[in-house]
Design a protein. Structure first.
Lengths: 434, 434
């Protein structure tokens, strides 16, 4: 027995690609955590008939739970409550208490915008307080309440209706889970274990070959649901299994480690960002600084993405122009003239400059051609040099030839730089390539 | 008459939220461009029965065209060609010429990885050359070919099968459009006009009020399909209409301009990033430099996102630690001690430091508390100061109180900084707030 679910993301601006959906993936992870099997995510525009069709499709596929996001705002194109009410056969009624609570939430917001049209706000407020009969209201985090709508006559799926902004949807999830209707719908959920391994420095076909070899070697892979994908230049192996298949997973993980050795940089699913943060925090604690040309600040931006990164990131230099390379990072102007700004020598001088100028323990220098213009036969788009140097004289410099767009090249470079930094911090031997 | 379409995104790693889908939004924009009405985007895992259900659902909704992405790789969980062949009633047959062409593509890739398992590669190669009878092959951009599969007996939708990696899917789109089957399926497409306006500095409810007011004023809004959304802190008003409704759009646009004045910073849909780039390119050409604390390089990263940005971005300083603020940007250590690192004075000193150290025409300084920790009652999380200063003495400094997560605060700050930069470059008067 198991519980199945579907997700319906609403919004013409999502369907038309103007904004990208962040709720589907997040809800998907939450459902997986509680052992609910997600069958479909459907994205529809603000057309009631298309939304109704998506709900009927999921009901026809036999799902026990539908989660919707979006369409709960105050404006006329926000239709979700209405469509779900009809789908569930539960007419909308005004919840006067809820109307008052929303008005209370709006009061301080309105104070910030004194010229706002009050009648329009009151109309929206009342609209947001219309609730399908018998539904449970999830209190607003922003101004829109969520809903948990059980099926009429105990047939068909329970519908959890959540607002579109991720900052409102996410805090409401636990309240939705706590409702009786949600619990009843997900009664059959199986709890799965989930493990992730990450590898870096090989093509995806290699992991496919490993799976084939594992089967041939008689590994109990049929107890494991394994998916592999390429993500930010790394291979991610995600496995889901029922708790009693843990020994099968351990056998599989050992097989991957044996075949791929050091390329398996994360047997426990930690990301390269987490690993670098842990290594820098120490002991011994070490500080890092950057000097970036083609990545233009993205490496520093990625290193400071994590809360608490001020403990180990001192700062960085974005040296886009040659003059800035010389003035800020102290790269010899003659050197640039002689070997060119995109060269291993300049990457090393940048790493040294970051070290010296910021007084860091580790410096990272990046220079390259992100494209789409600026490439030559000798130095094509995608040619990047990364150098990582420590205060005590360790150093590694690598030449990369990265495929893809300008933003692919820039992002992939930050991933490679983090991997080089990790290996140097671990004291591993890394071959320099020029 | 019109043509309708659906999109099916496949892949357990997309459904489970491990990677985010970039193909749905992109395909959606392409379909809109050619006047095809998109009804649904459906995301399914690598389970053939779920994918088949999604195809049947869309066919049942009467779409003329289905575009799929993903599931064309060499591994066993790549099932799309098989499922689509069954859906269209066209058995898979081996295309020996295609098999040879794929082998040719693989040859140089294999040279880079000499230890790869050859039998596994050959198996994948053959699998990728299986084609539904009567389908048109779209030549591989990576290693996976695409397909255009017409319906059997001229009933039901044509299915365009594209690979998952955006860098392979995108270049194949034009080839797909050029096929007879695609043209036949989209014969009824209406070409719509599409316009975007962007506003900054007001809540979303204000644009809803404007739409209500427009209706009350008798504007011909029924000829326009208007959607509004909040994106990166800006309000985007996207409108679609049939060509003969252009005068109705012009009336609407004039109404928005009249009501919102300067807050309508983009009547033509250009982004703030594009506007800033155009202003910096000139004439007169001007250069910019940054000194960032809480955004940690993201502002420089955003300014250098555009190809050709080296013409106006000199570089920047990432001054995460107080020592770096002093050593790199020349901020007086006594000043930091007296007023704190998060203060209008330090934001201004950072802007001045960026100007001076990089010899730029315009300098931007950013300091703030991105959170989640580090806030105090006086200086809470989300408090950010941004200062923009020009070489000839113009300056504006603003105090921001930004809601949301660490990454929300960091990203929103870059948007505000770009808007301040734009106004200063245009010589507009911007009030300083402290």
């Amino acid at each position: 027995m198991s519980a199945r679910a579907g997700i319906v993301i609403t919004g013409t601006e999502v369907l038309s690609g103007i904004i990208s959906d962040r709720n589907g993936p997040w809800l998907s992870e939450r459902l997986t955590e509680i052992g609910v099997d997600l069958a479909h995510i459907t994205i529809v525009g603000d057309r009631p008939e298309d939304m109704a069709a998506a709900l009927r499709f999921l009901a026809g596929e036999g799902v026990d739970l539908i989660v919707t996001s979006g369409g709960l705002g105050p404006t006329a194109d926000d239709l979700t409550a209405d469509v779900v009410a009809q789908f569930s056969g539960r007419p909308l009624t005004l919840d006067a208490g809820l109307e008052a609570r929303i008005a209370e939430i709006l009061r301080p917001l309105l104070a910030r915008w004194p010229d706002v049209d009050r009648a329009s706000v009151a109309r929206g407020n009342r609209k947001q307080a219309l609730v399908p009969e018998g539904a449970t209201v999830l209190e607003p985090v922003g101004t829109a309440p969520g809903l948990v709508v059980p099926p009429r006559e105990r047939e068909g799926p329970t519908v959890v209706v959540l607002p579109g902004p991720p900052s409102e949807l996410r805090p409401m999830w636990e309240a939705a889970r706590a409702t009786d209707a949600f619990r009843a719908a997900t009664r059959g959920a199986t709890t799965y274990e989930r493990r992730i391994m990450r590898l870096f420095g090989m093509p995806e076909s290699e992991i496919a070959a490993t799976l084939v070899a594992g089967e041939q070697a008689g590994l109990p892979l049929d107890r494991l649901e394994i998916t592999t994908c390429l993500r930010r230049g790394e291979i991610e192996v995600a496995t889901r299994f029922e708790p009693d298949a843990a020994p099968a997973y351990d056998t599989f993980a050992a097989f991957v480690r044996e075949r791929h050795g050091d390329l398996l940089f994360s047997p426990d699913g930690t990301t390269i960002d987490e690993q670098v943060a842990t290594l820098l925090l120490g002991p011994p604690g070490r500080t890092v600084a950057t000097a970036e040309s083609c990545t233009g600040g993205l490496l520093a931006g990625r290193l400071t993405e994590r809360a608490g990164s001020s403990a180990y990131v001192l700062g960085g230099l974005v040296v886009y122009s040659n003059e800035a390379k010389t003035a800020l990072a102290g790269v010899d102007a003659e050197l640039i003239k002689r070997v060119g700004a995109v060269s291993p020598e300049v990457a090393e001088a940048l790493a040294d400059g970051a070290l010296a100028r910021l007084g860091a323990d580790v410096g990272i220098g990046v220079t390259g051609i992100a494209g789409p213009g600026g490439g030559t036969p000798e130095k094509p788009v995608g040619l990047v040099y990364v150098s990582v140097a420590t205060r005590d004289g360790a150093r590694v410099t690598r030449k990369l030839n990265l495929p893809g767009s300008r933003s692919d090249v820039r992002e992939r470079t930050t991933t490679v730089a983090l991997h080089m930094l990790r290996r140097l911090l671990r004291g591993e031997d890394v071959p320099t390539t020029r």
